[in-house]
Design a protein around this ligand. Structure first.
Ligand code: SAM
Length: 228
């Protein structure tokens, strides 16, 4: 039966691909890839040779209809992104929505994603959390920062290494320096580190060095006691 699989891929450590992910990638007719070069490297590592079609945010709108037509025509496909779970700060949502609209079966395999280990490692409450992904760079950034300051739940942000220090400074401006934070860097890779403390302590730590690698920020939720 025709189906779209969403297949999570490793966020660093190649051992994190699941046995089922490998089987599905071997069985589908076509692999939709955010970047065919990056996914090509992974597929070569896994010994899989499959036709690939580019599927990234720049052409997601245009290609959704065409891909859904092909699925309806009987092709089975797997969507992969450069790393982690498709649809999480990555392409996927619009294609899934279109498949759901047309009654095409969709199945997301469980697997690697950066925010879950970052959250669980943080030591901050995990029973409720808000995933914000990337902050807007310019328009709406201040409004979003203030909104985050008012959230009563642990908040998850994706961030680039070049903006980490600036973002920590801006979080202090809206929350004060004492909120707990955990910065997860290079999860599952050789230089993985989780830096925990108050916003001020973690800002001081990262201000003293060049920040490299991939970053998730986990911020403590506000309460009546720690809102500025
Ligand atoms: N779809 C991915 C997922 O499921 O997590 C996220 C893709 S998003 C384009 C890339 C961002 O995820 C990075 O900028 C970083 O914030 C986070 N990320 C990905 N891999 C990571 C890693 N190994 N360590 C820390 N953060 C990571």
């Amino acid at each position: 039966m025709t189906r779209l699989y969403l297949v999570p891929t490793p966020i660093g450590n190649l051992e994190d691909i699941t046995l089922r992910a490998i089987r599905v990638l071997k069985e589908v007719d076509v692999i939709l890839a955010e970047d065919t070069r990056t996914s090509g490297n992974l597929l070569r590592h896994l010994g899989i040779s499959k036709p690939m079609t580019a599927f990234h945010l720049n052409n997601e709108h245009q290609t959704v209809e065409r891909i859904a037509d092909r699925l309806e025509g009987g092709e089975t496909m797997a969507l992969v992104t450069d790393a982690g779970t498709p649809g999480i700060s990555d392409p996927g949502f619009m294609l899934v929505r279109e498949c759901v609209r047309r009654g095409i079966e969709v199945e997301c395999l469980p697997g690697p994603t950066a925010f879950v280990p970052a959250l669980v490692n943080s030591g901050l409450p995990t029973e409720r959390f808000i995933f914000e992904g990337f902050l807007p760079h310019k328009k709406g950034r201040q409004t979003k920062l203030k909104e985050i300051a008012s959230y009563p739940y642990t908040t998850i942000l994706y961030e680039s290494p070049f903006r980490l220090v600036k973002t920590l400074q801006q979080l202090i401006e809206v929350m004060g320096p004492d909120r707990q934070v955990s910065v997860a860097r290079e999860l599952t890779k050789i230089h993985e580190e989780n830096v925990r403390g108050t916003l001020q302590e973690v800002l001081d730590y990262f201000s003293q060095k060049e920040v490299k690698g991939e970053i998730v920020i986990i911020v403590e939720g506000g309460s009546i006691g720690n809102r500025p």
